[in-house]
Design a protein around this ligand. Sequence first.
Ligand code: UDP
Length: 239
Amino acid sequence: MSDLKYKRIVLKLSGEALAGDKGFGINPPVIKTIAEEIRDVYNLGIQIAIVVGGGNMWRGEAGEEMGMERSQADYIGMLSTIMNGLALQDNLESVEVPTRLQTSIEMKQIAEPYIRRKAVRHLEKGRIVIFAGGTGNPYFSTDTTAVLRAAEINADAILMAKNGVDGIYSADPKTDPNAKKYDHLTQMDIINKGLHVMDTTASSLSMDNNIPLVVFNLNKPGNIKKVVQGEKIGTIVEG
Ligand code: UDP
């Protein structure tokens, strides 16, 4: 365990991470690869909690734009995260990783309800815990959920896995060739430089709790392992 920088992590997987090139739904080879990557990190002896998003199926804001009542649309979004959670659980168990799925909205027939103490116990017993359903409240995001759960379970770090982007940049690297990547930032730097890392609710919760945040590219094999072993990849937000 000595070469491990973090012993208990919250891994945030966006819904898009599960979708692959199509950007929609669940791509079986993609989710299988992610499960294998997570298994490799799990085998190092790391306690892993995963917060899964739902943007590959539904976003509340998009529903609102279509004329739906926002809270109603957000509940559809929360249900999408639970579908992703089930798929992830299935894939992790098929690579021999014991898991528990906990949902913030009770759905006892298919998952445990979120109970903080139980989640911590599962981690201590070597089970990966998947947190689905977001916070259980409309108007929030799964980024906020990741920060909230990380604070609740005393995680050492939040690993924010990105699709194809390898950290935090001064501008959007996809559109601005002069965009500069930061290796290290403080919470204050994020405010002072006006960087957009997470939505404002997630950012302010993160700032208040000051849990190290690592933003890195999920699409490069071995990256999650590199982060927990303290290799300098992505951007670390700390202090
Ligand atoms: N959502 C919500 N409350 C939460 C978390 C999520 O209402 O606490 C809804 C919201 O509609 C959001 C959708 O679930 O658009 C999917 O979550 P998110 O956008 O965070 O997923 P990601 O972008 O990570 O795939």
